[in-house]
Unconditional design. Structure first.
Length: 583
């Protein structure tokens, strides 16, 4: 018996069945180590929309793997259910980092890894990287809060008066004071001077680079900027100094131009100990990988325990070194202050000899320096190290500079007043300006009353206050929200990667680098920028650690997301370990 087409039934595929089919099809296309975590499906008529969350091994190309999974899920789901699948959404919500650091090997089994190849050919030269400018989040947050509070108070009072209420007492007092005082008053001038100083400070925040407590490091890779904390550099040099035989104590201070080290010699020849300390500390400064190596200044303090045998300083030829250790106290018990460092002045003959040698070497030294600077400039251009400021930093500096310039101009205008405060320059002030400043006031009551008579004045003021308040609130929210988008879009549409998952994978790889005690990775901004904080061991080499992180973690992160560039800021700190030393 043949049933007419109009009387036949329909086949309905439940969303649960579609979801199970999509999950099974996606699992078939996953690489080794991958798994399907969850899936979802919705059916509307003859079409179905599917979404599958997967876990992939790291640092596999997530975009290529997700594209294969989507093609397989769409094709199999459409073939088995008879529904049309317009586009499947594949979300990578988990990444599995291999036990062996994936940053070491990227090729076939048995092939040399990236770091092995780099070490075999020779480590790349650390060119001076671009300066990391501070984002000025604290001054921006303070200014945004102050502006938002002021706008809210004025807006609330204006709206209250518009609705028929009485004006606030503070606003009435401010208007009365401004209507009774002019630019010639001392209080107005003092306020103008304070406003001008605040404007200068804000302009300094907008123009100066900031981050003075950090030292700029070399850039081993494009789009990578690295900084080393001053305290970290001091701790590393102190560890190196305490490792010298004969040194029982050391104090280190590192700045951008100089590194001052004071070592305490407890035993041994002070001259030999100092020479060994100079050699070790110079090697330590090279291991820091700074863009500008500070000049090393070493002081020696001799400290002998009671009853210890005194060792005379080495009989070095005078003039070989400008630092000379002396020990002129008589034999017997000595305290810890009997030895010291003396910076001796050379005599005229020694100055003349050194001057002749310097004049002979001056031409060659300058040519070598110019040649080295040119080579560094070429390497910097090849590496693509261009100073870049994050979008939040650009916004903060622009707004701080605008507000600072307005405060500076207004403050100077109020501080000058009628021109009498300029002294001799006061006679050059236009007479009309001087007369209006001397007789006028800050607020014209009649002019304000005429403005209030217009019907558009109050709505315009309310609208302007609402707009400024919204801008201040948005500016403050920009400072407190340091996180980026929850999902990172991959190359193809519909393929996304969870940001937190990506951060955790990068953190695990950074911790796996030799010499790194702790690490933290944060991805923020649009486009994304990685902020990496490395806490290394005191005996680690910061330059080598940054180079390994750039060759491993940063390269794998770009490879996983399928992007050519991922701007990365690396901050290196040193673990604070207070250990007792056996002397």
């Amino acid at each position: 018996m043949t049933v007419p087409a109009g009387e036949r039934g329909t086949t309905t595929v439940a969303p649960r069945a579609v979801r199970r089919i999509a999950e099974r099809a996606a699992a078939e296309a996953l690489p080794d180590g991958g798994a399907v975590t969850r899936g979802s499906a919705t059916v509307r008529g003859a079409s179905a929309r599917i979404a599958v969350d997967v876990r992939l091994p790291y640092p596999l190309r997530a975009d290529e793997a997700a594209q294969r999974v989507r093609e397989r899920a769409e094709a199999r789901t459409a073939a088995l259910t008879g529904l049309s699948v317009p586009r499947a959404a594949i979300r990578v919500d988990a990444l599995t980092v291999a036990a062996a650091p994936a940053m070491v090997t990227h090729g076939a089994p048995g092939a040399p890894g990236v770091l092995e190849a780099v070490e075999a050919v020779g480590a790349p030269e650390m060119v001076p990287g671009p300066r990391i400018r501070a984002e000025r989040r604290v001054p921006s947050a303070v200014l945004a809060v102050a502006g938002a509070v002021a706008c809210w108070l004025v807006l609330a009072d204006v709206v209250t008066v518009r609705l028929g209420g009485a004006p606030a007492g503070w606003r009435t007092a401010v208007l009365d004071w401004a209507a009774a005082h002019g630019p010639a008053d001392s209080a107005v001038r003092v306020g103008g001077a304070v406003a001008a100083l605040a404007g200068v400070w804000l302009l300094g925040c907008a123009l100066l680079p900031g981050a003075r407590r950090r030292l700029r490091m070399g850039a081993p890779a494009p789009e990578l900027r690295a900084q080393l904390d001053r305290t970290a550099a001091a701790r590393i040099l102190r560890e190196r100094a305490l490792g010298v035989s004969g040194v029982v104590g050391a104090r280190v201070g590192v700045r951008r131009r100089r590194a001052r080290v004071r070592v305490v010699v407890g035993y041994g020849d002070p001259e030999e100990v100092r020479s060994e300390a100079v050699r070790v500390l110079n090697a330590g400064l090279a291991e820091l990988g700074l863009a500008r190596t500070p000049v090393l200044r070493i002081g020696v303090q001799v400290r002998r325990d009671a009853g210890a045998e005194a060792i005379e300083p080495s009989t070095a030829t005078p003039g070989t070194d400008r630092h000379e250790v002396r020990d002129s106290l008589p034999d017997g018990p000595r305290d810890g202050r009997q030895g010291g460092l003396r910076n001796e002045r050379e005599d005229g003959l020694r100055d003349e000899l050194r001057g002749d040698g310097r004049r002979e070497r001056r031409g060659g030294w300058r040519s070598d320096r110019l040649r080295q600077d040119g080579r560094r400039r070429v390497l910097r251009e090849r590496a693509g190290c261009v100073p870049v400021i994050g979008s939040r930093g650009v916004v903060n500096r622009a707004l701080l500079g605008t507000v600072g310039l307005a405060l500076l101009a207004g403050g100077v205008l109020l501080a000058v007043g009628d021109g009498s405060g300029l002294g001799r320059i006061g006679r050059d002030v236009p007479a009309r300006w001087a007369e209006r400043a001397a007789d006028g006031v800050l607020l014209d009551r009649d002019g304000l009353a005429r403005l209030r008579e217009n019907g558009w004045w109050t709505p315009a003021v309310i609208g302007a206050l609402i707009l400024v308040l919204a801008l201040f609130v948005r500016w403050f929210a920009l400072q407190v929200s340091a996180s980026g988008p929850r999902w990172v879009d991959l190359r193809a549409p519909g393929l996304t990667l969870r940001r937190r998952t990506w951060e955790r994978a990068m953190t695990e790889q950074a911790v796996a680098v030799e010499g790194v005690a702790r690490a933290r990775v944060r991805l923020s901004g649009r486009p994304l920028r990685a902020a990496v904080t490395l806490v290394v061991e005191p005996e680690a080499r910061p330059a080598e650690v940054v180079r390994r992180v750039a060759a491993g973690m940063v390269t794998d992160a770009r490879r996983c997301a399928g992007v050519r560039g991922l701007p990365t800021d690396v901050r290196v700190r040193v673990a604070n370990r207070r250990e007792r030393r056996t002397r």
